[in-house]
Design a protein around this ligand. Structure first.
Ligand code: R5P
Length: 299
């Protein structure tokens, strides 16, 4: 097997390669003055099983384009299979039509990936369990939740904890992690979003958090608004303190500042998305999913 990396998350790609007992194979990614890229695979891949690691994090369109061209280059160079490890699958929140006239952007991405030559895909903590159905080739849905569960077992007393889903859509995720933690109780924030602006209109709480340490678990942190508002709501409802866990640290806009100055004690994320220094903040802790990815690619 040969493994290649795009520019979005090379640190993770090196770790995944180490988990496969191989080194990253070289690829030249050259940018022209106008922003177009030229990609050249610098190793023989004829009849080889190849993997490309690329997160579709900010800027998603640029990172996807790089991935499309890398897969095309591998196919044209004679690779037997091309697996894409897309730890964070950008556009996944557009997996169906919410309002008349919209595109299904994720389906557009999935179809392009197939056309350029992707034979299988791997991704982490997808927003909806139905997302693999959008892909015309096998999409393996991996999860950071077992890594988070181990961390929670190590850092907290389970009988003092309540898990919290920050929205109704996350209940399945919370049930899953509760299962991994001997079925500890959970609560759910009930929030309503404006479909055109994405703003949160109102929120309430279903479940009891009084006297407990609340651990919010979500798939992603984008602007950070959901986590910060959920933390305030949990403290208003009697939680002693609040921690946040999320697989994908999208960290759009000033999310880092917002989270650092919030009432959250700590924010734990995975390394599906590389976090540059300027986006990092003291309350942030990053756990690696590299081992999980390597295991899945091997099997
Ligand atoms: C929403 O359904 C997702 O699960 C996240 O809760 C959401 O995308 C987080 O966004 P933000 O950090 O901008 O509130």
């Amino acid at each position: 097997m040969k493994i290649f990396s795009g520019n979005s998350n090379k640190i993770l790609a090196v770790k995944v390669a180490a988990g496969l007992n191989i080194e990253l194979s070289p690829v030249e990614i050259f940018m022209f003055p106008d922003g177009e890229k030229r990609i050249r695979i610098q190793e023989k891949v004829l009849d080889e099983d190849c993997v490309v690691v690329q997160s579709a994090s900010i800027p998603p369109d640029e990172n996807y384009m790089e991935l499309f061209i890398m897969i095309d280059a591998l196919r044209r160079s004679g690779a037997k299979t091309v697996k894409a490890l897309i730890p964070y699958l950008g556009y996944q929140r557009q997996d169906h039509i919410f309002r008349d006239g919209e595109a299904v952007s994720l389906e557009v991405i999935a179809n392009i990936l197939k056309v350029v030559g992707m034979t299988e895909a791997f991704s982490f903590d997808l927003h909806s369990p139905k997302i693999p159905d959008v892909f015309p080739v096998p999409m393996h849905h991996l999860s950071a939740l077992p890594v988070f569960a181990e961390k929670i077992k190590k850092d907290f007393k389970l009988d003092e904890l309540v898990l919290v889903s920050p929205d109704m859509g996350g209940i399945r995720r919370i049930e899953e992690i509760s299962d991994l933690l001997s079925n500890i109780p959970f609560a759910t924030v009930t929030k309503n979003r404006d479909l055109s602006s994405g703003a949160i209109n109102d929120s309430g709480l279903d479940g009891d958090v009084r006297g407990k340490t609340a651990v919010i678990v979500d798939d992603m942190i984008s602007t950070g608004q959901t986590m910060v508002e959920a933390a305030d709501l949990l403290l208003q409802n009697g939680a002693l303190n609040v921690f946040a866990f999320a697989t994908h640290a999208v960290l759009a806009r000033d999310a880092g500042k917002l989270l650092q100055h919030s009432r959250l004690e700590r924010v734990v994320v995975s390394d599906t998305i590389d976090i540059p220094n300027f986006k990092s903040f003291p309350k942030l802790e990053v756990l690696s999913i590299a081992e999980t990815a390597a295991k899945a690619l091997k099997s």
